[in-house]
Every structure is written in C-alpha cells, then in structure tokens.
Design a protein around this ligand. Structure first.
Ligand SMILES: Cc1ncc(COP(=O)(O)O)c(C=O)c1O
Length: 359
C-alpha cells in the first residue's frame, strides 16, 4: 500500500543554521508530521504542517503517566546530493515492539516509513552535509486522552519532528575522538520484566540522576550495570556498548533490559562478515577492569544512531579511572565508524540494502 499526505507549507521558513555550528537536537526544521489514532478508525489523517507548538489537554495521559514512545533515526546527504535513510524498516519494527509493551496501537511499517520519507522530503534542504552532521529524525507517539484514570488511552497522536544536528558528543567536533564514561554502581536503568527494551520516555527520565553524577566527574555518559547484581554491563547512555578484549568483541545480549540498537545490529553484521569474533554475552565490569589492568582491553566503543561509533577513552568505576588504548581512537572503532558512515552517506556501496533514498 502506498501512502501520501497533504502538506500545508510553512509561510515563514527559517534561515538555515551554520552547518559548522550545529549541536545535537536544538534547532528544528520548518515542518512536522502529525497523525491521529482513534479506536475503530485506526491511524488516520496523516498530514504535514508547519513546525510549531501543539495544543494538548492538561489532563492528557502522557503528561501524568508517561504513556508515550519515541524513535530516533537520521537522514544523510550523499556527495551527489541524494538524501538517504539507514534501515528505516528496523525503526518501524522497533516502534511496534515498543507500542506492544506500552499498550499503544500497532502501525503499518510502510505507513511509518512513508511518513518519515514524506516529512524529510519536505525539509530536504535542511539535511546538512558537513562532516559529523546529519538530519536527526524524531518520530514519537503520545497518549492524549484527557482522563486521569491510570489506564491505556483511546486516542493517540503520532508526530515526526526533524533537527539538523552536529556531533552527539561535543568531543567529536572535527574528528572522531574518545569519551570519558562513568560506570554507574548505584542507580539502575532497567530490570527484567521492565521496559528496558522499549523506547519509552520513562527509561530516560530515570537515567538523568546518573547522568548528573557522570557530568560531575567530567564524564560524557553513563555505563549501566544490571539491576540485579550491579555487575554485568548493559549499555551506555543512549547507545549500546562494545568491548574488545584480546581478539574478542563483546556486547551485552538482547535479554529484555537493553535497547536492541539498529547500529548494534549493523556492527555485529559487519564484524561477522569481516571474520572478527563478535560475541553477545554477559560481560562483568570485573572482567573489563581485569582486562584493563592486564593490557587485554584493546578498545571499547558505544554504538547508536546519535552517537554513531563513539570510542571510549576512559572508564571511571568506583572512583578509579581505567584508560583504554591510551585514550586514542582504536583501529577497529575507526574502521567500523568509517564503514557505517560510508554506507549511510553513499560513499561506500550498499551491498546489504541498508539505505533508502528519499525522493
Ligand atoms: C538506550 C539506548 N540504547 C541504545 C541505543 C542505540 O540504538 P540505535 O542504534 O538504534 O540508535 C539507543 C538509541 O536509540 C538508546 O536510546
């Protein structure tokens, strides 16, 4: 089924920001996508309208009980001027898994991808092409029934907003560099049976206290440990985490508490194609610390749409600091970064059908 959406053009387009001054997620384009859901009617009236504030009842369930979800993806400019999306059908699939967990309606994958493409098409001129820049795409759904009972809503609003963005970690401005990561031993992000694998706002609200602790130690982000034993590595901020110990590349298994990252899946696919041993297994912080002390911890990096591949240079755990690869970007991290961004921006051939062009 193919979808088209009516467009109301913004009569007051904004000047485009300087691509070299872009930060992450602070400036928004001229248009946004809105679509409603009503029981019996399903998703309906998808439309593109000028970007702006929205009206919402103060009794809306999203404002009280956080019944909401979001996705995160990017559009990239190729050298020939094409605008490319990276594996958008994976975002559609993840959206439906999240929606199932948080009692929100399913959405046809093609409807999701068509809405993203139509919105990006409208603001194509906003896709920056300077190194480390892209157009960040934020689809989200809110429950906006005006009712205070704690139960699932009947009306939902799906929206897409877009922001031209620079590097997620300011440290990466100009060239790939390493981050300082704070290993959180007190607070937890997600427990078995919870919402860790779903992209819901509450997971992120609950993470802010640990981020403050990380910033206070001059760290860029938080590495989460498991909820039960505070021992096994889960993920980093809004990215998945990879550790290279000896010849093995290790990342946490998808056991319900971490987000199944699309970049994570792409990294694992590439490593396995390259013949690099890549394991999804429980990895304790003690094993990482022991490897760091023995010199066996070769590299570590975070993977995510926003962070792309962000090598870690320092791990701070229980007040001690462990340096990884002399705080330099490792060869494997750089190779993965170059390959993924190469495919995303059309510099490298897309032999896996990972990119989709926005016409
Ligand atoms: C908690 C968390 N983990 C991992 C990721 C990485 O996922 P992806 O590679 O799909 O961006 C994200 C970002 O979406 C995230 O928010």
């Amino acid at each position: 089924m193919s979808y088209t959406f009516p467009v109301t053009r913004n009569p007051n387009p904004k000047p485009k920001p300087d691509p070299n001054e872009l930060v992450f997620g602070k400036q928004f384009t001229d248009h946004m996508f809105v679509m409603d859901y009503d029981e019996g009617q399903g998703w309906h009236d998808g439309r593109i309208i000028p970007y702006g504030d929205i009206l919402i009842s103060p009794a809306s369930s999203v404002l009280h009980y956080a019944q909401m979800m979001f996705e995160g993806m990017k559009a990239y400019k190729s050298a020939s001027g094409d605008v490319l999306l990276f594996r958008p059908e994976m975002n559609a699939r993840r959206l439906n898994r999240t929606n199932e967990r948080i009692c929100m309606p399913q959405m046809d994958e093609e409807l999701f991808v068509s809405a993203v493409k139509a919105t990006v098409h409208e603001d194509k001129d906003w896709v920056p092409d300077a190194p480390f820049t892209s157009l960040y795409i934020r689809p989200f759904i809110i429950a906006d029934d005006p009712a205070l009972g704690v139960k699932s809503a009947h009306h939902f609003r799906f929206m897409i907003i877009l922001c031209p963005s620079g590097p997620y970690y300011a440290a990466n401005r100009g060239k790939l560099s390493t981050t300082r990561i704070f290993v959180e031993d007190e607070y937890i992000r997600a427990a078995h049976g919870g919402t860790g694998y779903a992209k819901v706002g509450g997971n992120y609200a609950g993470s802010l206290r640990a981020s403050q602790k990380a910033y206070a130690c001059d760290c860029n982000d938080v590495l989460w440990l498991d909820a039960h034993e505070h021992k096994y590595i889960e993920e980093v901020g809004s990215s998945n985490a990879f550790f290279v110990i000896g010849d093995e590349v290790i990342t946490a298994p998808l056991a319900g508490t971490i987000l199944p990252g699309i970049t994570r899946d792409s990294v694992l696919t590439l490593l396995r194609e390259w013949g690099v041993p890549a394991t999804e297994r429980k990895l304790s912080i003690d094993e990482v610390v022991a490897a760091a002390k023995e010199g066996a911890l070769k590299e570590a990096f975070a993977s995510g749409t926003a962070a792309v591949i962000s090598p870690m240079g320092t791990l701070r755990y229980l007040g001690e600091e462990y340096v990884i690869n002399n705080r330099e970007v490792g060869a494997l991290s750089q190779k993965i970064y170059d390959t993924i961004t190469g495919i995303q921006t059309g510099k490298l051939p897309d032999t896996r059908g990972w990119t989709q062009r926005v016409d």
